[in-house]
Design a binder for this molecule. Sequence first.
Ligand SMILES: NC(=O)c1ccc[n+]([C@@H]2O[C@H](COP(=O)([O-])OP(=O)(O)OC[C@H]3O[C@@H](n4cnc5c(N)ncnc54)[C@H](O)[C@@H]3O)[C@@H](O)[C@H]2O)c1
Length: 268
Amino acid sequence: MAYNLLKGKRGIIFGALDEQSIAWKVAEKCVEEGATITLTNAPVALRFGEIQKLGEKLNAKVIPADATKMEDLEQLIDQSMEALGGKIDFVLHSIGMSINVRKKREYTNLNHDWMQKTLDISAISFHKLMQTLYNKDAMNEWGSILALSYIAAQRVFPDYSEMAEAKALLESFGRSFGYHFGVKKKVRVNTLSQSPTWTTAGSGVKGFKDFFDYAEEMSPLGNATADECADYCAMLFSDMSRKVTMQNLFHDGGYSAMGINPSVMENG
Ligand SMILES: NC(=O)c1ccc[n+]([C@@H]2O[C@H](COP(=O)([O-])OP(=O)(O)OC[C@H]3O[C@@H](n4cnc5c(N)ncnc54)[C@H](O)[C@@H]3O)[C@@H](O)[C@H]2O)c1
């Protein structure tokens, strides 16, 4: 059911790779709620992913951009404003990748060149994106910028490895840039900390099924799905959340507030 929450708004959505991607669902939801959007992903993902299909379905221009490259981000923002006919109201950063995780390196034996790459792709890209939007004055007043995070930023999940530090950095960039964007541009910046979700990035984490099942059992409301995440994102992009900023917002069925859940003890 649509509420026209985003009628007349213009957005940029990063990170839709395939139908499983959280960004895919967010893009569909935003258009359903009345927004016009551009879609973007790394050039390599454009070649191998299915994003063009989504672009056709949603009537959205697909613009390649490596989120670690300032010149790509500048072009993306210029082209988006041109395609959408004005400044931007909302942006979703839905990007995560760790080479150490992909290559199954133990946390106690990480390759630090790969770690730099992980931090650049998964966290510093958020700063680069915001800096580009800020300096181009590309956001409309009362706009909303959002990045996806995970609770390993606060608690230890050993198999999440260096992505924990990437998420901690990502959340910190959200708070710090949220100050500057708030005072100067009346734009809000938040991070959304999502439940484990079955996607390419998610299922790349070792033992993901156990991760997922444990969180499902611990959360009084169960894990939040990608579709539910899309609902929450649409609300956070809408005028219904104008004074929410510099927050890390848990979207996890209550998981983050739990200590012990008796059902986990019984079934464990
Ligand atoms: N799946 C989960 O369990 C889960 C839980 C909490 C948070 N998240 C976060 O949600 C976000 C989206 O992940 P997802 O689970 O939908 O997986 P996904 O694999 O579908 O999305 C990750 C995206 O990052 C893109 N990307 C990688 N390198 C890039 C670069 N250099 N420039 C631009 N884009 C690049 C990929 O192409 C891909 O589209 C990530 O930040 C992830 O950490 C996922």
